[in-house]
Design a protein around this ligand. Structure first.
Ligand code: BTN
Length: 240
């Protein structure tokens, strides 16, 4: 495998995007300190020592409409890897992993495309493993494996599991056109199916119930007026 490890970097996703045009398919970038990590929706991702910051550059021969499935392939891989270590994390569709309703992992998928064809995809994940002190502004919503389970786990063990599982699930998806394998893991590990949720779009909140994940990795919801809808991407929160 082509793995680039650096000590300090602005963002592994940003770096992955700069080498994207020239690097090999499957190139992995990890770092010890990420100083300008980016999250979804233009947010910051603050990384802490003891966490995993990793990006993978992929060059699949797919249409841009298929890219969000890679996010779920990744979420399924992380979840499988943690299962193997007896860490029970849940997947909050579309791309967060949670323990005790707090976030331990976020995934940021970015792409470079021409017309509707993908040139390359960068899939970045930030996983809180052995870091324990969270700044006040996120300490109610973020946690780590160590904080929740009391177990210290060597990051390299988790990284190699994630890369192995990702390789298997990604190959199934891209080469065997089998997305169902990842989808089933996402369903099995979902912490929102069957729950009442808020759908948040452009600061507008709509109440709905999460019914299932569809074949495309979409979230199938039912609004309070009974109407059923399929959501392709977005932000949700669970209502108590
Ligand atoms: C989110 O939850 O909003 C996604 C967070 C993604 C963070 C990871 S850390 C490695 C990679 N590099 C970045 O700048 N972001 C992703």
């Amino acid at each position: 495998r082509n793995i680039i490890h650096v000590d300090t970097i602005d963002s592994t996703n940003s770096y992955a995007k700069t080498i994207g045009p020239s690097c090999d398919d499957g190139t992995v970038i990890t770092c010890e300190n990420q100083v300008e990590g980016r999250g979804r929706l233009g947010r910051q991702w603050k990384s802490h020592s003891g966490s995993i910051c990793m990006s993978i550059v992929l060059k699949p021969d797919i249409d841009i409409s298929q890219v969000s499935k890679i996010t779920q392939v990744c979420a399924a891989s992380v979840s499988l890897s943690l299962d193997e270590l007896k860490v029970d994390a849940k997947i909050k569709w579309p791309n967060d992993l949670m323990i005790n309703n707090k976030k331990i992992c976020g995934i940021l998928t970015e792409m470079n495309s021409y017309k509707s064809h993908v040139n390359y995809v960068v899939i970045g994940m930030g996983l809180n493993v052995n870091n324990e002190d969270f700044p006040d502004e996120i300490k109610d919503i973020a946690t780590s494996i160590l904080s929740e389970t009391g177990r210290y786990i060597e990051r390299s063990i988790i990284v190699s599991k994630i890369l192995n599982n990702f390789e298997i699930l990604y190959n199934e998806f891209i080469n065997n056109k089998n997305f169902i394998l990842s989808l089933n893991i996402c369903k099995l590990k979902s912490n929102i199916i069957g729950k009442n949720i808020n759908l948040i779009k452009n600061k507008e909140v709509t109440k709905a119930k999460a019914l299932d994940l569809g074949e495309e990795g979409d979230l199938i919801v039912q609004y309070e007026n009974g109407e059923i809808d399929s959501i392709i991407s977005g932000e949700i929160s669970v209502r108590e």
